[in-house]
Design a protein around this ligand. Structure first.
Ligand SMILES: [Zn+2]
Length: 321
């Protein structure tokens, strides 16, 4: 049997994951009325809440009942959520309970407003009120030493590429198929040659689009990619071209490049140097924007302090990578 793969803790990663605001937010509370309930009356109380009280909108992540074993009496203490405070007046709540012959002792408390998106939030919020959480391996990426070595190799190769052109910005990008570890495209920033949109990432995606176009007649390329290549619209030209691929960029991509990577369905982006107009962490987090129909993972500061990067330290930080 092969040895079990061991994953490195986040603190040992050579980069930092650029998490969405949802993933980094701190505990926010929503006020609800709760009541202590005797175990034998639980089902009666739950029926009452379901039938006669307003539903717990947007609190589906909160468990209805909190169970705590009293440390003094070793007795099980149950507390149940009745309803949101802003949905029902306390007087009306008491009246309703009386009307249906339910004994309650309403108390106002705060429960987590949002569902936890990761383990850290879950561990922090669950003691306040029990919440549901299912670990999503895609949200919690795992890296072995070998995985990280591969990622570092790609970035180091990019960093030692330049400078190739005194007039250029020395921004480099490459796109890799992580399944085979094949470099599919590599490009530098060529804006200075007269085209303002020829950023390194755009040039890389163009290279892949051209290759796909050439392959179109000869090989059986992915049908979904073929469909989009037939589209003349510039915006959709990149669509689906990079499904499952990784992009490495020496500098944080600008809004145009970050969006092109969304359209291309890139899976992960690794970059080293954050930029003033960067949109994967600095100004925006386009890769995780709620309104977009594709999200990708972004990792920053890769090899930021690596000796291999030294030549890059002397280059001006591009305004717009
Ligand atoms: Zn750009």
């Amino acid at each position: 049997m092969p040895p079990k793969e061991s994953f490195l803790p986040r603190s040992q990663w050579p980069f930092e994951e650029v998490l969405s605001d949802e993933h980094t937010r701190i505990l926010e509370l929503t006020q609800v009325y709760v009541t202590r309930v005797e175990p034998k009356y639980t089902s009666q109380l739950l029926k009452f809440t379901q039938k006669h009280l307003p539903p717990l909108e947007h609190l589906e992540h909160c468990k209805r009942i909190k169970r705590v074993t009293s440390s003094e009496t070793n007795e099980l203490v149950l507390t149940a959520i009745l309803c949101l405070c802003n949905h029902l007046d306390l007087t009306d709540l008491k009246q309703l309970a009386q009307q249906y012959d339910i004994t309650i002792e309403p108390q106002q408390i705060g429960v987590p407003r949002y569902a936890p998106k990761n383990k850290r939030q879950f561990e922090e919020w669950n003691p306040v009120w029990p919440v549901t959480y299912r670990e999503d391996p895609r949200q919690d990426p795992k890296w072995t030493k070998d995985d990280l070595d591969t990622v570092e190799d790609h970035m180091r190769q990019l960093m030692t590429t330049g400078p190739t052109d005194d007039d250029g910005l020395n921004v480099y990008a490459r796109i890799v198929d992580p399944k085979t570890n094949t470099v599919l495209a590599q490009a530098s920033d060529t804006r200075h040659k007269g085209h303002p949109l020829h950023h390194a990432v755009m040039n890389c995606i163009d290279t892949i689009a051209n290759k796909e176009r050439q392959n179109k007649q000869t090989t059986n390329i992915d049908e979904s990619k073929r469909k989009h290549l037939d589209d003349d619209d510039d915006d959709t030209q990149a669509a689906y071209l990079c499904s499952g691929y990784d992009a490495y960029v020496t500098h944080e991509p600008c809004a145009m490049c970050a969006m092109a990577l969304v359209h291309s369905r890139i899976a992960r982006v690794f970059y080293s140097v954050p930029t003033e107009t960067g949109c994967l962490g600095t100004l925006y987090k386009i890769h995780s924007h709620a309104s977009l129909n594709h999200h990708y993972k972004a990792f920053k500061n890769l090899l930021l302090d690596d000796p291999a990067r030294t030549p890059f330290l002397h280059f001006p930080n591009p305004l717009d990578a």
